[in-house]
Write a protein that binds this ligand. Structure first.
Ligand code: KMH
Ligand code: ZN
Length: 275
């Protein structure tokens, strides 16, 4: 099977002043998206920033972002409903009003460095249900192995998502979540046994776990997420120059693993997203 590459170019945590290459304006985001598409990305996981480069869930900006990415690229647009740790639930739910192809849905609360990334059960159910009602395909974000048990419970009680396919993303190496190691990746993959047959997984490693997780997930038959949301260091002492640099590296490794980057059309089919 080919490799689905998702790029997460911005995130909510990296500081533009410290990392000038971080795309924060709409123009920067669109330019990054085009470059990443040309080197193998099929999905873009989007957080947006305000004029001061701070994270925002502003409705007008979200809609303009979805529109621009659709106009300028063929990428599948996935909006983050995780936002920043300070974002309230109602604003995170309202992200869906911008009508993206996909949205993230984090499957539980986790310590997030010195902060708490709060995801109450009722909130998760509301996200899952609203997404299904609107035909938005979720990517279930798994920060800890127990989140897979919560996902099995969610699907058992509330049914399959829009499109009928279940896709999860292991976000590894967050201080407070599961470590970004091969052992943990294998444990998480095994813990998927209670999910519907055909469930697919991607993985991303934060910071220094980026490369171990990238190599492990390719070897384990998984898909990959890369981008400056997750790492701003390409190699020891070498800052990331661009998101496309990270996508190109992932695409090269995927080819080496005989699992070349998946086309957007194939990604749509896999994830159950209408063309
Ligand atoms: N920024 C983190 C608090 C997501 O996008 O869904 C949450 C996050 C997950 O990035
Ligand atoms: Zn995110």
């Amino acid at each position: 099977m080919s490799t689905l590459i998702t790029v997460a170019p911005t995130g909510a945590e990296v500081d533009k002043a410290a990392v000038p290459a971080l795309p924060v304006t709409l123009d920067e985001l669109v330019a990054t998206a085009k470059e990443c598409e040309s080197v193998g990305a099929a999905v873009i996981h989007v957080h947006i920033r305000d004029d001061a480069a701070k994270p925002t869930l502003d409705q007008g900006r979200l809609r303009a972002t979805v529109q621009a990415l659709r106009q300028e690229t063929g990428l599948i647009v996935q909006l983050s409903t995780g936002g920043a740790v300070t974002d309230p639930e109602d604003a995170r739910l309202a992200v869906l009003d911008a009508a993206p192809d996909m949205a993230s849905c984090t499957m539980g609360t986790v310590n997030f460095g010195d902060d708490v990334f709060l995801n109450r059960w009722e909130f998760i159910v509301e996200l899952h249900t609203r997404m299904r009602d609107r035909g938005i395909v979720p990517e279930y974000e798994i920060f800890d192995v127990g989140h897979l048990a919560s996902l099995a419970r969610l699907l058992d009680k509330h049914g399959l998502p829009a499109g009928g396919h279940v896709h999860v993303d292991f976000v590894m190496g967050v201080p407070g979540g599961m470590p970004g190691t091969t052992e943990t990746l294998v444990a998480a993959r095994q813990a998927m046994r209670d999910l519907p047959a055909g469930t697919t997984f991607a993985a991303t490693g934060i910071g220094r776990s980026t490369l171990p997780v990238l190599l492990s997930t390719l070897a384990a038959g998984g898909h990959v997420r890369v981008g400056m949301e997750d790492t701003v260091t390409y190699a020891k002492g070498q800052p990331v120059e661009s998101n496309a640099q990270l996508v190109a590296r992932a695409a090269g490794l995927a080819r080496l693993a005989q699992r070349p980057p998946m086309s957007v059309a194939d990604a749509r089919t896999l994830l159950g997203i209408a063309a």
